[in-house]
Design a protein around this ligand. Structure first.
Ligand code: NAD
Ligand code: 44H
Length: 384
């Protein structure tokens, strides 16, 4: 039986990556620091996914176990040395933290003369996720390890799409997910071309797919979350029912659509509009209750230079296209208050202690003085 090592046994890890790997005949070694989840995986060796759709179909995932990387890193190194595939869904900020362990796993693979090609796929919401992980992993490899990895280890970028909300069940492994799913991998960056997963799409260039996903699903989602929060809502479902929120999300997507059409000549306007309308429908799924605090989590990350707002704003400006709804939403993001979110707390503390312009420069990475002025005006327009 083929074996996968998957970092992050959280919502998307269990709710999508686990389903796909199991359906492709893998035994899955989930790696996480959450003791409750790891113990439950080891005790039961299986868990159940429920589709949040009419009929609430159940999907059973078997042949799973759990490794705690904080307590037993050696077991993770050993598993990577023998794995057929390594995946992650752990959050962009955690990738550099797990990189040393992946590097040790690759060194152990080299020491064992395991020359089976291996792909390491980061399934995070970010542009260039696996290549960014590669950079962090290489910082922890010696020269022989780098040569080995150059020859036998691929880090293909990927885009994964399925809404998996925060779970609220007695069973710590139960996971309820939307029916929709899409996983796309850049095959040009793969090393193990013989291992293609069923239900995963392999494409020669991921850029159009990751940008379409991030700037439609995630820009639209975040617009719904921050606008909804600004207007006093707590869930995505409630917020999107308010026409002000819906129109803000639709307006943001019209702007990113114009960017995607300008950037990627292969996109058809009607098809892209249909794709984005479906995204807005997915946010209205009555079978899912998704907290705004999850979708709006880590606002400093989401205000980043290459993230779902600032990147399309920069690129729209370069092309002389409209970005007013995106800019308006960025104004609300700076007013996001959520005591349970360390980045939201940090952002509000920064705004208290430093001039607004300095905070804008620091979190967005913007250098364009005119754009910085526009962000400042947008934030001030939302003061109350
Ligand atoms: N939930 C979704 O709808 C969804 C969809 C597509 C992509 N994603 C992306 O997938 C990633 C994970 O998101 P999620 O919603 O599953 O989050 P999550 O919080 O449910 O899962 C993350 C898991 O990583 C574990 N973790 C954190 N730090 C760790 C460490 N140092 N070592 C080992 N494990 C650690 C946590 O314990 C948790 O179980 C993010 O990049 C997210 O953007 C999420
Ligand atoms: O995971 P984040 O924090 O980057 O974004 C929050 C949500 O928009 C995201 O998790 C979506 O549910 C997911 O990307 C859908 O595919």
């Amino acid at each position: 039986m083929m074996e996968a090592v998957h970092f992050g046994a959280g919502n998307i890890g269990r709710g999508f990556i686990g389903e796909t790997l199991a359906a492709n005949g893998f035994k899955i070694n989930f790696v996480d620091v959450n003791e409750t989840i790891i113990n439950a995986l080891n005790q039961r060796g299986e868990y159940t996914i429920t589709l949040a759709a009419p009929g609430e179909k159940k999907i059973h995932v078997d042949n799973v176990d759990g490794l705690n990387n904080a307590k037993d890193p050696e077991a993770v190194v050993k598993a990577i040395a023998q794995a057929d595939l390594v995946t992650t869904a752990i959050g962009p900020k955690i990738l550099p933290i797990i990189a040393p362990l992946i590097a040790q796993g690759l060194q152990a693979r080299a020491a064992a003369n395991n020359h089976q090609p291996l792909d390491v796929i980061a399934c995070e919401n970010m542009i260039g996720g696996s290549q960014s992980l590669k950079k962090s992993v290489y910082e922890h490899l010696d020269d022989a390890g780098k040569t080995f990895a150059d020859t036998y280890v691929g880090f293909p970028n990927a885009a994964v799409d399925r809404i998996v909300p925060q779970q609220k069940h007695d069973d710590p492994l139960a996971v309820s997910v939307e029916d929709f799913k899409e996983w796309v991998v850049d095959e040009s960056q793969m090393k193990n071309h013989d291992l293609k997963l069923k239900t995963v799409d392999y494409v020669p260039d991921l850029e159009p797919y990751i940008e379409r996903k991030l700037f439609s699903v995630n820009t639209g989602h975040a617009t719904t979350a921050y606008t909804g929060k600004y207007l006093g809502y707590t869930t995505i479902g409630e917020a999107i029912k308010d026409p002000k929120v819906f129109n803000q999300a639709k307006g943001a997507l019209a702007e990113t659509r114009s960017l995607l059409l300008a950037e990627f000549k292969n996109f058809d306007e009607k098809e892209l509009e249909t794709y984005q309308n479906r995204v807005l429908q997915r946010f209205q799924n009555p079978y899912i209750s998704d907290d705004i605090s999850r979708v709006a989590r880590t606002p400093i990350r989401k205000l980043g230079y290459n993230e779902r707002f600032i990147r399309p704003i920069r690129e729209l400006k370069e092309r002389g296209l409209d970005y007013s709804v995106l800019m308006d939403t960025v104004g609300m993001m700076f007013h996001y208050v959520e005591p349970n979110d360390a980045e939201a707390v940090k952002l509000q503390a920064m705004l208290k202690d430093q001039p607004l312009v300095d905070v804008i420069k620091e979190v967005t990475g913007l250098k364009d003085a005119a754009l910085i002025d526009e962000v400042e005006a947008s934030v001030k327009s939302k003061d109350r």
